[in-house]
Ligand binder design. Structure first.
Ligand code: IFM
Length: 478
């Protein structure tokens, strides 16, 4: 069997996010974000870990760009910390913070790497949260002003402008289940956040296009959920899938790509809200032409209708939540999926990625796609061989291999997927799990902050530099 080949212009990249890698939390004029507050609140993160130092990328970014270059990547996806460039989220911008990203962008371009920017990967300026955060419509307008400023400053040096990363997490984990910052557990707040995030996205795209014209490539990244009905022949289980699909997927896809909220979403959540926070004209704003839709994929979920008998199962990967991210879905059960699992407890099912990409193409045939995150956490160990530190992360190599193959299978079916970004470039602060879960293809020693390529990095370099899917045993250093 010949190895899978990808086209020459297929974009191979790796992704990170500001709060997860930067550190320098109080340096360079950066203001506090909701994740500073949250992680410094006892009991919120595993071992009380914070992003104060993280990978110290703030000081080591040049070394990190060198790693990206040596990996042979065509693109690097990173996020801008809003409070680093505008400490309070409105008002004064911080020239020093802007310079940090401007230098990073120049460094990437000099290394032959396309910068793919995310404007919001969860580190909301704390001052904005104090005024209501994403429950407050004003936050969407503040976000648009910040987006405009970034477009003015970074301009045409950016390859793709991504407005939001995984608004599902911001809305439902931040305001519904409370496992993410700001840690609120209010169903109404979560749904208000859903809408204000969609609005923020649309307003920001308008601003970016106003500054940069149609040449600007714009995007949003969604963590779309793949739900399997427990019994595919059961109408009740299919109904359970539709209910959570509306909350998790269509609550974002429909306003952003179709300019509507799904009728079943409004109906199912009527006990929580009448959605009067959606103003006339908002849905024309949320729907903006998108050059690429970013898709983050990790695993699948199995759901069934809950009749009320017996204890309701909630094996959805968020079962340790204080509240629930599944608003008005008490009649839906999440069942454990068969393994294997990653260190996050997430099941590994590459076919879910193929299914997701194909179903997106079926619904939105003209929408180009990009897998903006995919990867796995495992408990890595370092071994020293001939005086050289190695991490034989066999499971991660095979996870990446199988998911790239799954993406290839979607392409075989004619799906227009243009790029793939491994999550993550570096081990980093995995939110409520602190530094305990390692997703990096490059290991970070949190004592010395030294970077060590894992086998997965060597494997990924082969893929990125050849466009041919290497075997899982092709992991030796070049
Ligand atoms: O680390 C996160 C990232 O910030 C957003 N997507 C999922 C990753 C793994 O949980």
């Amino acid at each position: 069997m010949s190895a899978r080949k990808f086209p020459d212009d297929f974009l191979w990249g790796s992704a990170t996010a500001s709060y997860q890698i930067e550190g320098g939390a109080t340096e360079g004029g950066r203001g506090p974000s909701i994740w500073d507050t949250f992680s410094h609140t006892p009991g919120r993160t595993l071992n009380g870990d914070t992003g104060d130092v993280a990978d110290d990328h703030f000081h080591r970014w040049q070394e990190d760009v060198e790693h990206i270059k040596n990996l042979g990547l065509g693109a690097y996806r990173f996020s801008i910390a809003w409070p680093r460039v505008q400490p309070g989220g409105s008002g004064e911008f911080n020239a020093e913070g802007i310079r940090f990203y401007s230098d990073l962008v120049d460094g990437l371009i000099a290394a032959g790497v396309k910068p793919v920017v995310t404007l919001y990967h969860w580190d909301l300026p704390q001052e904005l949260e104090d005024a209501g955060g994403w429950t407050n419509r004003e936050t969407a307008y503040a976000f648009a002003r910040y987006a405009r400023k970034m477009a003015e400053e970074l301009g045409d040096r950016i390859d793709v402008w991504t407005t939001l990363n995984e608004p599902w997490c911001t809305a439902y984990l931040g305001y519904g289940s409370g496992v993410h910052a700001p840690g609120r557990t209010e169903s109404l707040a979560a749904l208000q956040a859903v809408h204000h995030l969609n609005l923020a996205h649309g307003l920001a795209v308008q601003q970016i296009r106003e500054v940069l014209g149609d040449a600007a490539k714009t995007s949003i990244t969604l963590n779309l959920h793949v739900f399997r009905p427990d019994d595919p022949s059961s109408e009740a289980d299919q109904g359970a899938v539709r209910k959570v699909d509306a909350l998790a997927n269509r609550a974002f896809l429909a306003p952003v790509l179709d300019g509507v909220y799904p009728a079943d979403l409004l109906e199912n959540t009527a006990s929580v809200t009448d959605w009067s926070f959606v103003h006339d004209g908002d849905l024309e704003i949320t729907k903006q032409p998108l050059d690429v839709l970013g898709v983050n994929y990790y695993s699948t979920a199995r759901v069934r209708h809950y009749s009320g008998e017996g204890e309701r199962q909630q094996a959805d990967g968020h079962k340790d939540s204080a509240g629930t991210p599944w608003i008005a879905a008490d009649d839906v059960e999440f069942l454990p999926q068969p393994g294997p699992y990653t260190a996050m407890g997430w099941n590994i099912e590459p076919a879910g990625l193929t299914d997701l990409l194909v179903s997106l193409r079926d619904t939105y045939p003209d929408q180009p796609l990009m897998v903006t995150e995919n990867g796995a956490a495992f408990a890595d160990t370092v071994v020293v061989e001939d005086g050289v530190a190695r991490v034989h992360d066999v499971e991660r190599v095979s996870y990446l291999h199988d998911h790239v193959e799954a993406l290839g299978l979607a392409r075989d079916q004619g799906v227009d997927v243009r790029g793939y970004f491994a999550w993550s470039l570096l081990d980093n602060f995995e939110w409520a799990y602190g530094y305990d879960r390692r997703f990096g293809i490059i290991r970070v020693d949190y004592e010395t902050l030294e970077r060590t390529w894992k086998d997965s990095a060597h494997w990924y370099r082969r893929l990125a530099t050849s466009n041919i899917l290497p075997g899982t045993d092709e992991v030796s250093p070049a």
